[in-house]
Design a protein around this ligand. Structure first.
Ligand code: BGC
Ligand code: BGC
Length: 748
């Protein structure tokens, strides 16, 4: 008896030792799993499918117009939450709400969810806060992603993500449909500016920094939100350039170019992903088991859930016609791996899926998996502890500190691409003519997803913010500034008068570009800047005064006809709410520009190429001849690069390679420089790109100051997707290049 007792004790101790080496993380994972299992075991099929159903705020509210406040309809709210057991609500209900209104809206939704339903599961509210809390009035609205990428400053991206999270969470919302991790490799695409540009490494690093900033270490922190990486995957390169049209991307390029930013974001802790609204290789992404389940949930091991994009499940039937009925569409999407449907206008998804499960068409185990994932995110966000807004965050909302960070981001995100005869910076004692359709509007600097979806209701913009014109007036005094629009986006207005005025000034600041748009309404068929604007530049040139061109645009509109007419060119893209001030700071030298293009600016409408082109693209008569390449960007000071050194000449796959270089500011003013390391793989079994960015760092140097910058590479950085569609590393010769310095090394 005693022996049995001892043996039992020993065995228990051994078992305990065996299992006791659990990490804290495993223990807390298990605790969460248990809580989720406990809830799941009590849920009916209806309650489970309700959790998978997402509707838009419009369904349960009304509003008179974009300028008035939104009113929640109590009956419709009850219908959604109690009758249909809806687990998620999104969007803004037509236009931005005040912080107080948001807090009230979220409170009434959570009241219904936690007090009036059987299980009291909180609602997961989601929003598109893509450049700050753009659907909360008065929020800190940052430069759009394309600008953040130009800054080459990961800290700025991280801080932007963090401030956005604060203001979104202050609005009572814990889930943000951002970052966009599609590659900006089709400049015609209306959502080009939502991307971090054309480069894989840059997008991967900026996406990672953004996720870190938004989520911090723990998304239950009241100043953090859950990210939703989107649009997974391949949405950004429609073959005909129009939003939501088919892409053709072979698996090799999917894995080489499009997957890495998503993989890194999931590794960094992104919990949710939204699906590409379009189709790749003839397969609508919402029906693609391979992409959703095998790659995203399998290979990448996404812990949270996958949400559809707007109406996209039903569109498998109504638009794409891969499903013969709405029922088939729902079954197809759910079985492909979709966990939540952004329905978002009705309860059709709920009704259909409940029936499919009851009829045995969709196994309950699949919806259990989906609901488990959704509940996990709700738990991780701490919604079961407190689903309500943290009103104490209101005080810090849009603080001066946040505005300063935003202004700094804008300043670092604007690229100086041409500065003939050092025309810039302009003297503060000069008289200038400000002209062009983007000179006196805030909307054009912010782009879509600002206050409204299209972002184009100028009346709703905060009056105290500065347009470019206002910022220039403030900088050099109203008396020194004349304004004539000259042309609208498409038509001449008073160009003749503008030319006359140009004769009277020292320089012309000509602000051209695009009106505000997003998604499909922003589709265009011609990348060239409209004639009226080109004409305005050509006419103004006749006045014989130096022209400084400021391009305010979401995509690189072709301007080769006027580039020679301008001595200075600033590519401002979409610098956000402080963009006016930032542009003026650069034009008049209070800020030294430090951005580099995150995309290749095409010279011609056709023949667009990215900087990482293949050998054939420059063979024979072919050439790479863009207006400006990826990585181009000027400063008011000059940097000299020297001493490019490698930690060796021959490496094996397990070695790390250190590349260092010395950068010196040899000009006479302080400046920031983005130091970039490029690698060329000379020979490969699959054709190798011209060169590829592999590391970058932004530094600040006083006049005369120098700094050594070093980067570490490993074999991953030299790998690529081979003929078998798997990631491989091949031995051979490589070239490391920083600025115009180069060094060769060999991989054994
Ligand atoms: C867009 C998404 C967005 C969603 C919710 C869709 O039309 O493609 O990017 O997150 O709407 O507003
Ligand atoms: C959504 C779009 C949708 C639009 C309709 C936006 O907020 O993101 O996808 O088409 O609202 O109003």
């Amino acid at each position: 008896m005693k022996r049995v007792y001892y043996i039992t004790i020993i065995m228990i101790s051994i078992m305990y030792l065996g299992f006791a080496v659990k990490t804290d993380e495993q223990i807390s994972d298990e605790k969460i799993d248990k809580r989720i299992d406990a809830i799941l075991s009590k849920m009916t099929i209806e309650e489970k499918v309700g959790q998978m159903t997402q509707i838009t705020l419009e369904v349960i509210s009304s509003r008179e117009g974009e300028a008035s406040s939104l009113v929640i309809d109590a009956d419709k709210l009850k219908e959604a939450i109690v009758d249909y057991k809806v687990g998620s609500i999104i969007n803004t209900g037509g236009a931005a709400n005040t912080l107080d209104d948001w807090q009230e809206i979220i409170t009434s939704i959570q009241d219904a969810a936690t007090k009036e339903t059987r299980l009291g599961i909180p609602v997961l509210y989601g929003i598109d806060a893509i450049h700050g809390a753009n659907y909360t009035l008065g929020a800190t609205l940052f430069p759009q992603a394309i600008n953040l990428a130009a800054s080459r400053n990961k800290e700025i991206v991280k801080e932007g993500g963090s401030i956005t999270a604060y203001e979104v969470r202050a609005s009572g919302i814990p889930w943000n449909f951002n970052p966009v991790l599609g590659m900006g490799r089709e400049p015609l695409w209306a959502r080009f500016w939502e991307t971090f540009g054309e480069d894989v490494h840059l997008t991967t690093e900026m996406g990672k920094a953004y996720v870190e900033g938004q989520q911090g270490k723990d998304i239950s922190d009241k100043t953090k939100v859950a990210t939703c990486i989107k649009h997974y995957m391949g949405y950004s390169v429609p073959k005909n350039g129009k939003d939501r049209t088919p892409a053709w991307i072979p698996e090799r390029f999917i894995r080489d170019i499009f997957l890495p930013p998503f993989a890194e974001a999931v590794k960094t802790g992104a919990f949710t992903a939204m699906v590409n609204s379009s189709e790749v290789n003839g397969i609508p992404a919402h029906s693609d088991y391979h992409i959703l389940t095998e790659i995203l949930k399998g290979e990448l091991n996404l812990k949270g859930f996958i949400v559809s994009d707007w109406e996209d499940i039903i569109r498998l039937h109504t638009r794409d016609r891969v499903a013969e009925s709405p029922e088939e569409a729902v079954k197809m999407a759910v079985m492909a791996g979709l966990d939540m449907s952004m329905v978002p206008y009705d309860y059709s998804f709920y009704e259909i899926l409940v029936k499919l499960v009851k009829d045995g068409e969709v196994p309950e185990s699949r919806i259990d998996d989906a609901v488990r994932r959704i509940l996990l995110v709700k738990y991780m966000l701490g919604l079961f502890e407190n689903p309500y807004p943290y009103t104490e965050l209101s005080d810090g909302f849009a603080s001066e500190e946040f505005t300063e960070a935003n202004l700094n981001a804008a300043r670092e995100s604007i690229t100086l691409v041409k500065n003939e005869n050092n025309i810039l910076p302009l003297s503060k004692t000069s008289k200038v003519l400000v002209a062009g359709p983007t000179a006196n509007l805030l909307s054009v600097m912010n782009g879509g997803w600002t206050i409204t979806w299209q972002g184009n209701n100028e009346e709703l913009y905060p009056k105290e913010k500065h347009t470019i014109l206002e910022a220039v007036q403030e900088k050099i005094g109203e008396n020194n500034v004349i304004f004539r629009e000259g042309s609208s986006f498409e038509e001449d207005i008073n160009s003749a008068e503008a030319v006359k005025m140009a004769e009277k000034v020292d320089a012309v600041v000509l602000c051209l570009g695009e009106p505000t748009y997003c998604e499909t309404p922003g589709n265009i068929s011609d990348l060239a800047l409209p004639d009226a604007q080109l004409m305005l530049a050509q006419e103004l040139a006749k006045a014989g005064k130096p022209i400084v061109l400021v391009m305010v645009e979401g995509r690189p509109r072709v301007i080769n006809k006027i580039v020679d007419h301008a001595e200075g060119i600033v590519v401002a893209m979409l610098p956000g709410m402080e963009g006016g001030r930032a542009v003026a700071d650069i034009l008049f030298g209070d800020v030294n520009p430090s951005a580099k293009l995150p995309f290749t600016y095409p010279r011609n409408v056709n023949g667009y190429m990215t900087y990482d082109y293949k050998p054939l693209e420059v063979f024979d008569v072919n050439e790479f001849n863009p207006q400006w390449s990826f990585g181009h960007g000027l400063s008011y000071t000059e940097f000299e690069y020297s001493d490019l050194k490698l930690s060796g000449k021959n490496f094996s796959v397990d070695d790390e390679i250190t590349v260092s270089v010395t950068v010196k500011n040899i000009g006479d003013r302080e400046g920031k420089e983005a130091v970039e390391l490029y690698i060329t793989d000379l020979y490969g079994s699959v054709t190798r790109p011209n060169k590829q960015l592999k590391a970058f760092e932004k530094i600040n140097l006083a006049p005369g100051e120098s700094q050594e910058v070093s980067f570490t590479l490993n074999s991953d950085d030299l790998s690529f997707i081979g003929r078998e569609n798997t990631r491989i590393v091949e031995p051979g010769e490589f070239i490391a290049a920083v600025a115009d310095l180069q060094a060769a090394f060999y991989l054994k």
